[in-house]
Write a protein that binds this ligand. Structure first.
Ligand code: ADP
Ligand code: MG
Length: 341
């Protein structure tokens, strides 16, 4: 199958989504797409690239890769409080493999349909497997959630649960177990065993890794409530560090208060904390808000259908301090995401 036929297949399968939006003036098929941003709104644009072996394990299915490629982008739009509208898809493929692209589209278009987002264009080339998605959305002018607006005294919140994706990577042998020593990134699992997991817990964690849920509705409803917001893709402490650096403030996080799924707690016990604080690929939102707005934040998240947990507060100064249940400083075995082994 030639590149031309692949584009035809992508166009045919994504057409209904584009036709459903009257702000797609011109979609796939011309030299560029024409998209209409509503009056009084700002265009929100984000891009993410997934490379085989780096951003997804080589055993991930094509459909999972398709879902995740779009999910990572929608999560960035969510963190801005934007309404997703359109996307582009650039595929670099070792060969014109219609079966793989078909599987990829199954996952990609399932998530696109769930958010009513249209595929408006892209590029198809030959090369090492790589997927670059650009997602676009819009937000009322001036209303976007930014990283730079946290203030001392703000509560720090996180949606959903943390650490599930990192837990799945450990179970799959792609990350060292959290009990491993300081040089664990060099000697994977040399001094800690991969814990046992029931099939249903393993399946739950794997689904959280491969099919993350971008918190789009939560981001929308946090407009006017959250001061600063970031999506957790590199690990909570690392991403919160970005908010602090951009806002010129510090943060204190109570690691015992970090939300975890039942599955993660069952499988990893006390070691779950390292995965929650420093794992990556969570695609939850971490945001700050004034304490006076606690009830309003809870209500907004409830309406968005996601849990919210207060995990700490913004302080004067700089940097993120993680504190254990006794108030002592807690040091992560690693903060931030470690690429696949
Ligand atoms: P050009 O050479 O002018 O860049 P192409 O032949 O690469 O055009 O693409 C033709 C049309 O198909 C364009 O509208 C382009 O946006 C679209 N397209 C190409 N590859 C993809 C893809 N992977 N996903 C979605 N649209 C694509
Ligand atoms: Mg052209």
């Amino acid at each position: 199958m030639a590149e031309f036929d692949l584009i035809g297949m992508i166009r045919a399968r994504s057409r209904a989504l584009a036709d459903a939006r009257d702000d797609v003036v011109l979609g796939i098929g011309d030299d560029a797409a024409l998209l209409r941003v509503p009056a009084g709104h700002e265009l929100v644009v984000t891009a993410d690239t997934l490379n085989a072996g780096v951003h997804f394990p080589s055993d991930a299915t094509a459909a999972d890769i398709g879902w995740k490629a779009l999910a990572a982008n929608l999560s960035d739009l969510a963190a801005m409080g934007a309404r997703p509208a359109w996307c582009t898809l650039s595929l670099s493929l070792p060969q014109a493999d219609a079966e793989w692209v078909g599987g990829f589209l199954d996952g990609f278009l399932e998530l696109a349909a769930a958010h009513g987002i249209a595929l408006a264009g892209g590029d198809t080339t030959r090369g090492p497997l790589s997927i670059a998605v650009t997602a676009m959305g819009h937000v009322e002018a001036g209303a976007a959630l930014r990283r730079a607006r946290a203030r001392a005294g703000d509560d720090i919140w996180v949606t959903g649960a943390l650490g599930d994706a990192a837990g799945a990577l450990v179970l799959g042998g792609h990350l060292p177990p959290p009990g491993a020593g300081a040089d664990a990134s060099v000697h994977a699992g040399a001094d800690a065993a991969v814990p046992a997991a029931s099939p249903s817990d393993a399946a739950f964690l794997a689904a959280r890794l491969h099919r993350p849920t971008p918190r789009v509705e939560a981001g929308r409803r946090l407009q006017g409530l959250a001061r600063a917001c970031v999506d957790v893709s590199d690990g909570l402490l690392a991403d919160l560090g970005h908010v602090c650096a951009r806002s010129g403030v510090g943060a204190e996080v109570a690691v015992a208060s970090l939300p975890a799924s039942d599955a993660l707690r069952r499988v990893f016990g006390m070691h779950a904390i390292a995965l929650q604080a420093g794992g990556g690929d969570d695609y939850e939102l971490c945001f700050t808000a004034p304490p006076a707005l606690r009830d309003a934040v809870m209500l907004a998240l409830e309406q968005a259908g996601v849990e919210g947990t207060r995990i700490g507060r913004i302080v004067a100064g700089s940097g993120v301090r993680a504190l254990d249940a006794d108030g002592h400083e807690w040091h992560p075995p690693r903060s931030g995401y470690i690429h696949f082994l």
